[in-house]
Design a protein around this ligand. Structure first.
Ligand code: ADP
Ligand code: NA
Length: 331
């Protein structure tokens, strides 16, 4: 009998893009505003599993904090904290690492993908999902909202919770993996790929902090096809369907509703007019976020205070769990 508690994390790498916003942050804000017990972590320890620049990392942590607040994360309703400031993440990771195997981790698809291009694979990249399990179990989280790409990692966390409970006595709740059924937001330049921070192609993604001119420019160049009708057929017409998905997730209207609303519209060559209609919707949503971000980023002392307060509240929960773990394993 564990109280419902929701945990999720985001890496402080680069800018938040519209895929992150629609796929994660917008949902976090809904959960927060529904009065759920929620914890969000800026997972800086995960972000150093690939080479990084220290100055850039510390800037990015503040930038991500300002961005999340600007999007609507409210530090009074949510616990928002920086992962590395709570020591017990690394400590629990070690314990959980003793409960899983080399071959179990090798099966995880994200590791295969990320390591493919590397000559020398950091150990941390390999055990990343164990740290992710520690992130979740430390707060006895019962619900972990993530995209489809993360489901197998949450299953590992689930497995480790069960293993720990069996070996050392009931400690962790079972984790509810809510598979996110919504469409992933796709790259504007190649709709067969997802919109991603790691995609180096400029104009492939819409960043939350892009100015209106930039957003419009990127949307105009979004790859679609030669049919000038707006339809929602993700398999057959991934380009235009991606635009409809974005439109739908921003407005809460169904894809069918969007398509019938623009039915009579003369969409012009390459759907230009539809792209401009969508650009309006996006700009209207992102303008206030960008403005709030520029206000907040000029208040580093405030941002640090928010993070400090988050650390305090997260530590309170994490210390209790860690104490329990220590005792149970005989430390
Ligand atoms: P990225 O792939 O851009 O580096 P992350 O792996 O940091 O993004 O993911 C942060 C959150 O954003 C996760 O919950 C992830 O599922 C979500 N997310 C990332 N890309 C997309 C996308 N294209 N569409 C929907 N959600 C996404
Ligand atoms: Na990623």
């Amino acid at each position: 009998n564990y109280p419902k508690r929701i945990f999720s994390g985001i890496q402080p790498t680069g800018n938040l893009h519209l895929g992150n916003y629609l796929g994660a942050v917008q949902k976090w804000i809904q959960l927060q505003d529904n009065g759920e017990n929620v914890i969000w972590s800026i997972v800086d320890m995960h972000s150093i599993t690939l080479p990084h620049d220290p100055k850039e990392l510390s800037n990015n942590i503040l930038k991500m904090t300002a961005t999340l607040l600007a999007c609507g994360i409210d530090p009074k309703k949510s616990i928002l904290f920086q992962q590395s400031t709570v020591d017990t993440h690394a400590q629990l990771c070690w314990i959980l690492g003793c409960l899983t195997s080399f071959t179990r981790l090798a099966r995880l698809p994200q590791f295969k993908e990320k390591s493919e291009t590397l000559k020398s694979i950091p150990l941390s990249l390999y055990i990343y999902p164990v740290l992710q399990a520690a992130d979740i179990l430390l707060y006895k989280a019962t619900d972990v909202p993530v995209g489809q790409d993360q489901v197998q990692h949450i299953q590992l966390a689930q497995e480790l919770a069960i293993k720990f409970n069996k070996k050392f006595g009931n400690t962790f709740p079972s984790i509810c993996v809510v598979e996110d059924a919504s469409q992933r937001i796709k790259s504007l330049r190649d709709p067969s790929k997802k919109m991603s921070k790691s995609d180096q192609t400029s104009k492939s993604r819409l960043d939350i902090l892009d100015k209106p001119e930039i957003l419009i420019e990127k949307l105009k160049k979004a790859v679609t096809d030669f049919t000038s009708k707006v339809t929602y057929e993700p398999e057959k017409r991934p380009g235009v369907s991606n635009l409809v998905t974005i439109h739908s997730m921003l407005t809460g209207k169904s894809p069918d509703q969007i398509c019938s609303e623009v039915e009579g519209l003369d969409t012009g060559k390459y759907l230009l007019i539809y792209k401009l209609v969508l650009a309006d919707v996006i700009v209207e949503k992102l303008n206030p976020i960008r403005e709030e971000f520029s206000r907040l980023i000029r208040e580093p002392a405030y941002l640090q205070e928010v993070l400090r307060n988050g650390t305090e509240r997260a530590t309170e929960i994490a210390s209790d769990s860690w104490c329990e773990v220590r005792n149970k394993i005989g430390f």
